[in-house]
Structures are given as C-alpha cells and as structure tokens.
Design a binder for this molecule. Structure first.
Ligand code: GLY
Ligand code: MN
Ligand code: MN
Length: 450
C-alpha cells in the first residue's frame, strides 16, 4: 500500500477525459488491467511494476487490479482490487481493499477482484463498444479474459440485450494524453532527472582504471535509492572500452583499463516517471586526442540537435541536425570520404551512428506517442511538430569498432551523450545538466574527487 493521491487528482480528470472520448464514439465499457505479480523463482517474485496506462488513469499501484470505465446512462469509474486479508497482509504488506480504495482514489465504486466474473458481464450488457488496451496489454490472458466475459454476457442474457459488437483500442487517445506532461508530471520528471544526474556525478567521480563496470553500477544504484527513487527506469548500462559499441551492454564484470572510455547510460524511475542520461568519460580521467576529437563531434551534434527542440520544429529536425554534424565530423576525421550530402543520402554514417537521436520519455523510458501526424492521405505521414509539455531525450553518439579501414587510434571508442528535455513555448529545458558534459568539466571532476 502506498500513499493515495489527494483530493483533486489528475487521475480523475484523465478518466473523465477518456470517458468523454468513449461517449463521443457512442459509449461503451473500457476494461484495463494492471498486471499480476510475476514469479522469479520459487516463492519469490520480480519487483512489481504497475502498468503505465493503468497508473496514469488511477494512481493505484497494487498488482492484480482492473479499471473499468463505463460511458452508459451515466459515467462510471470502477476499480477491482485485491480484498482486505489480514493474514496475507502480514506477509505482503497492507492493501487498500475496495472500500478504502474507492474513497481514497475517487472511484464511483470498487469491488474485490473475485467479483469481476459477475460484475463485468452484467455491466457489459446493452453497451455498444468494448474499449480495450489490446495494443499494449497484448497478453493472451487479457484477450482470453475479455472473450470469456463477452461469452458469459451472451449466454447469460440469451439475446435479451445486446453485447458490445465493436472493439476499439484505447491506446491512441491515451498516448496523445500521456505525450503532453502536465505541471505535476514535469515536476516529478525534473526530480527524477536531478537524482539521476547526482548518480552519474558520483559514478564519474568514483571511476578509475582497475574498477569493474559493476562497481560503478553500485554507485548509481546507491544514489538512486538514497534519494527515494523506487527503481531504475531500465537496467543500467555501464560499458568499458569496446563494450560501449554494444548499445545496450548491461553493466558486467569487465575491468576498466587505463586508456578506455567508459559509457554510462542509466536513469532512475521516480513515482513512475523515467529519466535517461548517458555520459562518456575516460577511465583514467584524461581524454586522449582521438577520444577528445570524437567526443567534441558528438557534443557539437547534441548542441545542434538541442537547438532544434522547440515548438517551431518537427520531431525529426533534431535527428537531422545531429546527423549533419556527426557526418561532417566523420569526414573531417577521415572515417568517411566523399561529400556530406552523399554520405547522408546513402546512410553511410549509419556504420558509426546506427540509432536515432531521441525518443519520448515519461512513464515508460521509451514513452508512448506517435512521432508522426495522422495520415492526411495516401502519402507518407509527416513528422509531428513539437509542443510545450512534450518530454524527450537528445542522445547522439558515435561507435567505432576495429576495422582495417579505420585508423587504429579510433578503435573501441563508443560515445553517447544523452540529456532529457522538456519542450517549452520557446525552446527546451534540459533537466539533466546536473552532471558535467563538457570535457574540461569532466576532467576537473575526475581530478578533484572530493
Ligand atoms: N537507455 C535506453 C535509451 O537511451 O534509449
Ligand atoms: Mn534514451
Ligand atoms: Mn539512455
């Protein structure tokens, strides 16, 4: 049991918004699960993480709960959750139970999950549309369950009243809502970003040749938990030397050697919201000339991309700007040959820069939301314009694996620089600059460890 949201909640407003959307399509019933506990091994579960859509609409963090929204004669918002059970709660902690949950979280009604099989068929009857979250809750159990409830509605009613005949996915309106972060969400994301920046700073300060990747992961985790973050937003990437060229290398037992660069891509999750920072620094505290040259290219690419994160740009402008700077840098360092435009046109740069320059960030680290506008016609959909309240990462990189046609001084260098940005009316706010990014700042931090 965690703290309940207080009086006027954004969660109730979000439910109301979805109910109005359901009504605009003719009304119906929406059935959204969070998730079950998942077994890790005998008598032991993975740490439970609620479903992001479910949390966005409820604020309720217990496992095995369902949200049911009904746009029928009236609007109703109903929670199904685990019942009070003093014996079980002795083992697993306090539960809200339906009565207290309804009151605290502002549901019209709440029932124990044992009543799902009777309540849902009874409430489906006479409604036109079954609203589902099948695009995201794509588990066989969810689909089987929905079919079973429909079936039961049909057999129980024997045709007396219609059952929903249309299925409509609720994912798109939910994604559009989640894409624009309200003031409360922005505040949480700033706090998550600040904690993650503290973690990176501590790891950078601790780093030295001879330590293992996992020892820096430990520093990150210490800071995240010390400041109240419930979890990591994703498994921490700590990559020494050539490991940095594996984009999602998990922190392992590789030893950082004198002369290696170390790439850390890590972020905490605070109150449901992700942060996502990458920094790259030399294990010995001093960039070599080759490392410095490539690092400055990536940093310049990030600056160029950041200048394109504003409401006067579309989503892909930042990526296009980063690609131009990175490709010009690769030409300057003779890692590519030919013209700038040709290398971009033919995707030649992708040998050294194979990912995109960012993604939406929110309740999920790769958050929901379309990157393009809805189709205007038969043609390709265009990139959507950025809007205030959108949150995204800006994360260019370069990755150079050993190859005979690449000067050896560049081998095994993987660099990524990643910050989190909120789009503002005039540009963007970088939330994650509590951790150094300029070469001189990084070298200064690593040489003045206290
Ligand atoms: N940490 C995963 C990413 O940067 O997208
Ligand atoms: Mn990212
Ligand atoms: Mn990342």
């Amino acid at each position: 049991m965690t703290n309940a949201p207080t009086a006027s909640t954004p969660f109730a407003r979000r439910r109301q918004h979805i109910l109005s959307w359901m009504r605009s399509l003719g009304g119906g019933i929406a059935i959204l699960p969070t998730g079950p506990e998942i077994s890790r091994n005998r008598d032991n579960h993975y740490s439970f993480r609620y479903d992001s859509d479910f949390f966005y609409l409820t604020g309720f963090t217990e496992a095995n709960a369902w949200l049911v929204l009904i746009a029928g004669e009236t609007d109703q918002s109903i929670l199904f959750c685990e019942p009070k059970d003093p014996l079980m709660e002795t083992w697993t902690g306090k539960r809200w139970g339906p009565a207290a949950a309804a009151e605290q979280f502002g549901f019209d009604q709440a029932f124990p999950t044992s009543e799902l099989d009777t309540q849902i068929p009874a409430r489906m009857a006479g409604l036109k549309i079954l609203f589902t979250n099948t695009a995201r809750s794509r588990t066989p159990q969810y689909l089987t369950q929905l079919h079973a409830w429909l079936e039961k509605t049909q057999t129980t009613l024997r045709g007396a009243r219609a059952t929903p005949t249309q299925w409509v996915d609720i994912g798109e309106p939910l994604s559009e809502m989640r894409l624009i972060k309200d003031a409360g969400e922005q505040d949480t994301m700033r706090r998550a970003a600040t904690i993650s920046a503290l973690g990176h700073t501590r790891a950078m300060r601790t780093a030295q040749a001879g330590l293992h990747e996992f020892e820096l992961e430990a520093e990150l985790l210490y800071v995240f938990r010390k400041h109240g973050a419930q979890s990591v937003a994703y498994d921490s990437i700590v990559a020494a030397g050539v490991n940095a060229c594996t984009l999602h290398h998990r922190a392992g037992n590789t030893v950082m050697r004198d002369g290696d660069l170390v790439l850390i891509d890590a972020g905490c999750e605070l109150d449901g919201y992700a942060s996502d920072i990458t920094r790259t620094f030399p294990a010995n505290g001093r960039f070599s000339a080759a490392q410095r040259a490539l690092y400055e290219i990536v940093l310049a690419a990030q600056r160029a991309a950041t200048a394109c994160v504003s409401p006067s740009h579309h989503w892909n402008a930042a990526h296009e700007a980063a690609v131009r700077v990175l490709t010009q840098g690769l030409l300057d360092e003779k890692l590519l040959t030919g013209s700038l435009d040709k290398n971009i046109e033919t995707d030649a740069f992708r040998r050294f820069y194979m990912h995109r320059t960012g993604h939406w960030l929110g309740l999920d680290v790769h958050d929901v939301g379309d990157y393009r506008t809805p189709p205007a016609g038969a043609g390709e959909r265009s990139w959507r314009n950025l809007m205030p309240g959108m949150v995204l990462t800006i994360e260019p990189g370069l990755y150079i694996t050993p190859s005979p046609d690449v000067p050896e001084i560049f081998w095994n260098i993987g660099i990524r620089i990643e910050d989190d940005a909120i789009v503002t009316p005039t540009g963007c706010e970088l939330m994650t600059r509590g951790v150094p990014v300029e070469i001189r700042e990084i070298e200064h931090l690593m040489h003045h460890k206290d």
